[in-house]
Design a binder for this molecule. Structure first.
Ligand code: UD1
Ligand code: CA
Length: 457
């Protein structure tokens, strides 16, 4: 049986007080609308139609999903008017699931249960009992079942006491939906076309209307303001933290954990407070992450330790940290940093687009860019690769067991052979052969009996 998914996303989101269309605000690193598309991606739908209006072009460019199309609603005259715009695009018989682009945490199972309850012949409404139902359409029930939805602004004082609210999500038989929606009017307090008026039409025709209570409040909460967005963000993070902890990950404090993407963890991973993970991050068995780290698009090998205040950003080229490596505190790994096993990166060291072979170390105040660093190299404090000549980037290559003293500048392109030593304070612009010592600094001069200038009286 054919199934369509319609997602309403044309509204302005005035209370966000933002130039960004509401459904593009981010929750856990993804837009609100993308959440809805992702959690319904596995449902077997013939079409996914997003109704756009405010910021339509921006919204349409920002999201993706299988069988996705857009229908514009200009101007926005209410939820019923929104659905009127998609009627020609709805495929024949079967079921249409209607969701809201600003209710991001709807679960796949809940959406599927609405479709099942509809079964192509009943109208299934997702409802929720609320401590404060103000603003919501109220579910009017009689002994015979659901009779109507009355919008808050149109509700009588007695109806406003009803705590069962309509979540804005329903599944309807497509053919009936088309007929009902075409008949909607705007004779109500707001002068809008209310989609919710189809409930009374269904009842009048003797079509069964099912009010299905949502299993969990979080999945039906909408975002209308920055306060609600932040509240949902915390709920979402809590859910992700719990899933990870159930899999054995030890979070020092699930309330101080943020995942904006996907995190894969091996056994016995420990994550201290205030860490942010973005994009695709993988932590091998026994990895420990210190407090206040930000880690984006990176693979951290088994047993590695990332100390406090480390920033790892693998956007584009990725970052790899080998097994047993030690990184930080206060280290910065940028795209293309590829650290082998047992590598040590200490405080105030930046590594970009460079490979470091097993056991190489840069423990203090260093920059390695566009470099290959051989096994067991020791890269001294304050030393850098000068990889940029003002126009182009060049590579530096250090063989195995090279020792770079402190405060050296290696002007790329340059190659240092296996086992070579560079004296502290050298500026190296020529290749150094294996095993050689290169010193490139002014010779020390001693002037005996030197008198310091005295202050004039
Ligand atoms: C709607 C329901 C109400 C329900 C509430 C749940 C109607 C008439 N009322 O109320 O019963 O309790 O949701 O949150 O449906 N939209 C459009 N075009 C429009 C108007 C809205 O695309 O012309 C979209 C919005 O972008 C949003 C969704 O529809 O994603 C709901 O709109 P909103 O204004 O929040 O709904 P309410 O009128 O508050
Ligand atoms: Ca509204």
């Amino acid at each position: 049986m054919a199934m369509n998914i319609v997602i309403m996303a044309a509204g302005k989101g005035t209370r966000m007080k933002s130039s960004l269309p509401k459904v593009l605000h981010r929750l856990g690193g993804r837009s609100l609308l993308q959440h809805v598309l992702d959690s319904t991606a596995s449902l077997d739908a013939q079409s996914r139609i997003v109704i756009t209006g405010h910021g339509a072009e921006q919204v349409e460019a920002a999201v993706s999903a299988p069988c996705l199309s857009f229908v514009r609603q200009m101007p926005q005259l209410g939820t019923g008017h929104a659905v009127q715009q998609v009627l020609p695009a709805l495929q024949g018989e079967g079921t249409t699931l209607i969701l809201n682009g600003d209710v991001p945490l709807i679960r796949t199972e809940t959406a599927a249960s609405l479709i099942e309850a509809c079964g192509g012949h009943s109208l299934a409404l997702l409802t929720i009992d609320l401590a404060d139902p103000s603003g919501y359409g109220r579910i009017i029930r009689s002994a015979a079942g659901v009779q109507a939805i009355v919008e808050h602004k149109d509700a009588s004082p007695a109806q406003r006491l009803i705590i069962e609210g309509y979540t804005g999500m329903m599944a309807a038989p497509t053919g009936m939906l088309k007929r009902w929606v075409a008949q909607l009017d705007n004779n109500n307090v707001q002068g809008e076309f209310y989609l919710t008026d189809i409930v009374a039409m269904a009842v009048a025709e003797g079509v069964p209307v099912l009010g299905i209570k949502a299993p969990d409040e979080t999945e039906v909460l909408g975002v209308n303001s920055p306060v609600q967005l932040a509240d949902l963000e915390r709920r979402f993070q809590r859910q992700q933290a719990e899933t990870l902890m159930e899999a054995g990950v030890r979070l020092a404090d699930p309330a101080r954990f943020d995942l904006r993407g996907r995190l894969e963890c091996g056994q016995d991973v420990e994550i201290d407070v205030n860490c942010v993970f973005e994009g695709q991050v993988s932590l091998g068995e026994g990895v420990r992450i210190g407090a206040n780290c930000v880690i984006r698009n990176a693979t951290i090998g088994a047993g590695a330790r990332i100390h406090e205040f480390t920033h790892i950003d693998g956007e584009g080229l990725g970052v790899k940290v080998g097994a047993g490596a030690l990184v930080g505190p206060f280290a910065r790994l940028r795209p293309g940093a590829d650290l082998g096993p047992e590598v040590h990166i200490g405080n105030f060291v930046e590594v970009k687009n460079s490979t470091m072979a097993r056991g190489a170390k840069a423990n203090h105040l260093a920059y390695l860019g566009d470099a290959h660093v051989g096994e067991r190299v020791n890269f001294g404090a304050g030393s850098i690769t000068a990889n940029y000549d003002g126009a182009n980037k060049h590579r530096t290559s250090l063989g195995a067991d090279v020792h770079i003293g402190s405060n050296c500048v290696l002007i790329a392109p340059v190659t240092i052979g296996d086992g070579a030593t560079i004296g502290g304070g050298s500026t190296i612009s020529k290749d150094v052969a294996a095993g050689d010592l290169a010193v490139a600094r002014a010779k020390q001069v001693a002037i005996s009996g030197w008198k310091r200038p005295a202050k004039k009286r």
